[in-house]
Design a protein around this ligand. Sequence first.
Ligand code: URA
Length: 229
Amino acid sequence: MRLDRFIENTLSYSAQTVRHLFAERKIFLNGIAVDKGRHQISAFCRVEVEGNSLQARTPAYLMMNKPKGCVSATSDIKNMTALDLIDLPNKNDLHLAGRLDFNSTGLLLLTNDGTWSRKITQPQQKTPKTYWVETLDEITAEYASKFSAGMYFRFENLTTLPAELKILSTNTAEITIYEGRYHQIKRMFGFFQNEVIALHRLSMGKIELDPNLLAGEYRNLTEVEISSV
Ligand code: URA
């Protein structure tokens, strides 16, 4: 949005009043006095008019190590949510960039920047997501070829993108998928009637879960992590 329109709308000032304020150098954009209204502003630009702040939302980007038994949501009438675990004044501005099932654990991203979260979650980006998985029964080499060929999901009438499987032990593996269908990994193992008993997300794109975070803990993303998206 243009800066002058934003000020007119927010303060219900006429275009002429706002032009005068510009001329009098009473409008500051990100701390700098500006004399023209045609600057484009985003939700994160700092705007001050005659000493009053109209908008000072600072972007926030967090990673959490989601615990078991917690809903990937910002509110829920019954269960604890990821947001309940956060103790920050601006927490109600946050939303989730991707979800995990109730009993899945690991990397969960939260932000107040919708442009950023769309980039990491939109299907066209094919962001790789890597999980550690433990199953009830043995994982055999046959799984890897089936997963890499793509699997047909009747409900959505689609074939999953090729996924990579690295078998770690009889019942554990690392799996990388490039989309996020409903219960995707459980359904992929379900094809072999093999139940997933633990699922832990290790990474999304270049962002890896910080090994220092205990279940339920969170931290700010670094500049490098933010700009990797
Ligand atoms: N696939 C699943 O089945 N569950 C998750 O939480 C994430 C991916």
